[in-house]
Design a protein around this ligand. Structure first.
Ligand code: PMP
Length: 399
């Protein structure tokens, strides 16, 4: 027997398992609203035109050399402008330590390792609920986790007073993981006014905000608007950490293009922090992949391609917003006695429907509709072709 003969299969990933079950279902009616990736109105994956054009320009001009340990300088520069603002004084003052990361997941993980290394006794406060992988990331980085109140099941909205209480009650100087926009899985974001109050209370408590920004532009259709929470914290003089991902907003899922940044006191500190981030990355993967970074820097570095990207990211967001309206209207048309306001109030890729695990099981078993058992509907999987069928099935399962 091998030395690893005792190894048992790992627990199935709840999200990836849904897709497997969907693929195995022969029904022609089947619908996959479990996927966390954008689909067009025919349910097909999309490669943006700006990405195709960037690839055309890259081809032939590209070599396969290693990137520097911290990744593409140009891609990082463009990423910082997107997150911190085109004219950010922090960028001019070189106060931001930033490295290219393996998409949003890799950026979170690098930060978690950095946190562990330089403040070993610290915790991370994670919202309830959150993207399940957040728990895995900080667990594997050996940072103990606590949770904070976020979602209010009755209203299917934000539990703002619970959230504020937890911020106040956490020990001074705690780390908080915040979803910059389009909270996953709930689709529930604080309003601008609420963000201001949160930022103020963070200041009072000297908490450290770490923003996971996986959906910039994908939520509202406007990357500037989706960066509002971060900008509020910056205005208030916080030092922040930020994970950026180009998976959703450029459709670069498999390219693993992202950025981790940490706003420092001054340039000297930023240089030191960047060098430490690189040193954490070096024994894990040495340096990040080059192709996705080139796509990103080619698009964001060219005014014409950037304009095209802005149009396309708005197109994706608008299709999803349209499907929210259609799903709600279809449910109301069926005479559903429940309120479905939350479908259009929530934002981003997901609708946290409030369906119970048993109702989700019925949707799957009777209607061939696939989603995670927490009732999270990926709006990206909803199309003009299946929205009426989906609404009807949801209505039936509430009967
Ligand atoms: N954070 C959140 C909240 C997410 O929803 C996702 C993607 N599902 C990620 C981070 C990371 O995705 P990726 O690593 O593909 O950028």
């Amino acid at each position: 027997a091998s030395w690893f003969g005792h190894v048992e299969p790992a627990a199935k990933d709840p999200i990836l398992g849904v897709t497997e079950a969907f693929l195995a279902d022969p029904s022609p009616d089947k619908v996959n609203v479990g996927v966390g990736a954008y689909r067009d109105d025919n349910g097909k994956p999309v490669v943006l035109d700006c990405v195709r054009e960037a690839e055309r320009r890259i081809t032939g001009n590209m070599n396969m050399e290693y990137l520097p340990m911290g990744g593409s300088i140009k891609m990082i520069e463009e990423s910082l402008k997107l997150a911190y603002g085109e004219d950010s004084q922090f960028i001019k003052d070189k106060r931001i330590a930033a490295v290219q990361a393996l998409s949003g997941t890799g950026a979170c993980r690098l930060f978690a390792d950095f946190q562990k290394r330089f403040l070993p006794d610290s915790h991370i406060y994670i919202p309830t609920p959150t993207w399940a992988n957040h728990h895995n990331i900080w667990r594997d980085a050996q940072v103990p986790q606590r949770t904070f109140t976020y979602y209010h099941p009755e209203s299917r909205g934000l539990d703002f007073s619970g959230l504020m209480d937890d911020i106040k009650n956490a020990p001074d100087g705690s780390f908080f993981l915040l979803h910059a926009c389009a909270h996953n899985p709930t689709g529930v974001d604080p309003s601008e006014e609420q963000w201001r109050e949160i930022s103020h209370q963070f200041k009072v408590k000297n908490h450290f905000p770490f923003f996971d920004m996986a959906y910039q532009g994908f939520a509202s259709g406007d990357p500037e608007r989706d960066a509002k929470a971060i900008r509020i914290f910056l205005e208030d003089g916080h030092q922040i950490g930020c994970a950026q991902s180009y998976a959703k907003n450029m459709g670069l899922y498999g390219q693993r293009a992202g950025c981790l940044s940490i706003l420092c006191d001054d340039e000297m500190q930023a240089v030191a922090v960047k060098s430490q981030l690189q040193q954490i990355a070096r024994p894990m993967y040495s340096n990040p992949p080059v192709h996705g970074a080139l796509i990103v820097s080619t698009i964001l570095g060219d005014p014409e391609l950037k304009t095209l990207w802005l149009k396309e990211v708005k197109g994706m967001a608008d299709r999803i917003i349209g499907m929210r309206k259609a799903l709600k209207q279809n449910l109301e048309k069926l005479g559903s006695p429940m309120s479905w306001e939350h479908i259009t109030n929530q934002i981003g890729m997901f609708c946290y429907s409030g369906m119970t695990p048993e109702q989700v099981d019925r949707l799957t078993n009777e209607f061939h509709i696939y989603m995670t058992r927490n009732g999270r509907i990926s709006m990206a999987g909803v199309t003009t072709g299946n929205v009426a069928y989906l609404a009807n099935a949801i209505h039936e399962c509430h009967a």
